[in-house]
Ligand binder design. Structure first.
Ligand code: NAD
Length: 461
């Protein structure tokens, strides 16, 4: 094996201190890991379903035993609040536990046909690659590797350059739980090296990618060469629609954390708010009070609700949309953020002039929300859908019929009425339009990690 090509200094976003320097693997190490995943594949898929389930359950238990360690690692590496980071490590445990039941429930069908018995099998694909972004390093890794492993695939996983530490640790914990070596391998490396190799390597049968729309499009183009299966979970610019018949106070109170969670670096962030014109002023007044109360600061403090951005580059991107934009941006109000070391940016509410403004159209991926009024139900749906994206969204109304009509009318994969919930491991998650292709999580997740095989048995003499 060749020596590693480069190193990467992992930096704490709240203090700008280097936490650890890690080796980045190159193409040769990637090829060796894929070869190992191919080699151990038959043994892994040959393990009895109940035993494969037991191993995944054990993996979940080991994650649980290291929950605090993993959470602290994410606070340090990604600047996540400790409350969020504990939830994220717990989510890996829960997703492993949920899919540990799947090997014994990987049902095919028996289809009535003439002259014999027809059955279908769900066969594993082989080697599955998972490419993870920096915003939710643990959960997004788990949503890929847990169902992929449950279906009998072997997995190679690449964390984002900025946030490799929890994924590397999860790779160790898999071995500690008893997963055979090579079944699940974490490769910290560059997207242009390891990620690209996952897409071009002939033995990798699927790329499960979460990240930006532009990189996802490139992966889709390259995957066509070998007809690789793909799942793409991409960007978002989700709408939070507040009708005049809603509990406006509740909608205003919930609005800040719908786009400030993870400092706005959330593909499901409700980064566009649409408020019915006759309650606009009342909403904004209560929204401002709620936003000013959000606690921004040390992510390790239990009471903190929002931490720093992940990198100076990400903060530059956010500033480029607001403070240093080539378009004039009308800031309605802001919250507070610490001064000094750390990549802080205050919660910020902007008022675009029209739906054509960049702050309204583009994914900023920071603690910035744009607010516009609308006139009626049809206008709300039209404005919500006037976007390239379609990942998530919320509807606030007390009118049940309206809640159903608007939920059906908004072109997005994950909607909630009178709440901002998006992701539960037991329900499907994914995007319409430029937000992606395919679904993760939920009861059908293994469909994305298996091929259906139909077999006819002749029962005639
Ligand atoms: P990114 O696209 O820059 O990187 C994502 C991953 O892809 C990283 O691991 C990166 O190293 C790798 N990569 C980069 N170039 C590659 C290439 N040419 N081939 C293969 N892999 C490559 O995204 P990011 O900046 O890390 O994450 C932010 C983006 O992710 C946002 O747009 C956000 O909306 C999106 N996101 C989507 C979801 C979802 O579920 N829909 C969830 C989280 C984040």
């Amino acid at each position: 094996m060749s020596p590693t090509l480069t190193t990467h200094a992992v930096v704490n976003p709240a203090t700008e201190e280097t936490v650890r320097t890690i080796d980045l693997v190159g193409v040769e190490e990637t090829d060796a890991a894929i070869a190992k995943a191919v080699e151990v594949g038959p043994a892994w898929r040959g393990i009895a379903p109940a035993d494969r389930g037991r191993l995944l359950r054990r993996f979940g238990q080991v994650v649980d035993e290291h929950l605090e360690e993993l959470a602290q690692l994410e606070v340090t590496n990604a600047g996540h609040t400790i409350g969020n980071a504990r939830w994220e490590a717990g989510n890996v445990r829960d997703v492993l536990t949920y899919y540990s039941a799947a090997p014994e429930r990987l049902f095919g069908r028996q289809i009535p046909v003439a002259g014999g018995l027809d059955v279908t099998f769900k066969e594993p694909l082989g080697v599955v690659s998972v490419i993870v972004p920096w915003n939710f390093p643990m959960p997004i890794a788990g949503w890929g590797f847990a169902p992929a492993l449950a279906a009998g695939n072997t997995v190679v996983l690449k964390p984002a350059e900025l946030t490799p530490l929890t994924a590397i640790r999860l790779g160790d914990l898999a071995l500690e739980a008893g997963l055979p070596e090579g079944v699940f391998t974490v490769l910290a490396g560059k997207g242009s090296v390891v990620g690209e190799r996952f897409v071009t390597h002939p033995d990798v049968r699927k790329v499960c990618f979460t990240g930006s729309t532009a990189v996802g499009q490139g992966i889709m183009r390259k995957a066509a060469d070998s007809l690789k299966r793909i799942t793409l979970e991409l960007g978002g610019k989700s709408a939070n629609i507040v009708f005049d018949d809603a509990d406006v106070a509740a909608a205003a109170a919930a609005a800040p954390m719908s786009f400030l969670d993870n400092a706005g670096q959330d593909c499901c962030a409700r980064s566009r708010i649409l408020v019915q014109r006759n309650v606009f002023d009342a909403f904004m007044e209560q929204f401002e009070a709620a936003l000013q109360a959000v606690r921004v600061g040390d992510p390790g403090d239990e009471s903190t609700e929002m931490g720093p951005l992940v990198s100076s580059g990400q903060r530059d991107t956010v500033r480029g949309y607001v403070d240093e934009s080539d378009e004039p941006v009308d800031v309605a109000f802001r919250g507070s953020a610490p001064e000094g070391k750390g990549w802080w940016y205050p919660p910020t509410v902007v008022l675009p002039k029209s739906t054509g403004d960049k702050v309204w159209r583009e994914e900023i991926f920071g603690p910035v929300v744009a607010v516009l009024p609308f006139d009626d139900e049809a206008d709300a749906i039209a404005k919500a859908n006037d976007t390239a994206y379609g990942l998530s969204g919320s509807i606030w109304t007390k009118d049940l019929g309206r809640g159903i009509r608007v939920a059906r009318g908004v072109e997005a994969g994950n909607l909630s009425v009178n709440s901002h919930s998006s992701v539960r491991y037991s329900t499907p998650f994914g995007g319409f339009k430029a937000s992606g292709i395919g679904r993760e999580l939920g009861p059908d997740a293994l469909d994305a990690f298996t091929e259906t095989k139909n077999v006819f048995f002749n029962t005639n003499d």
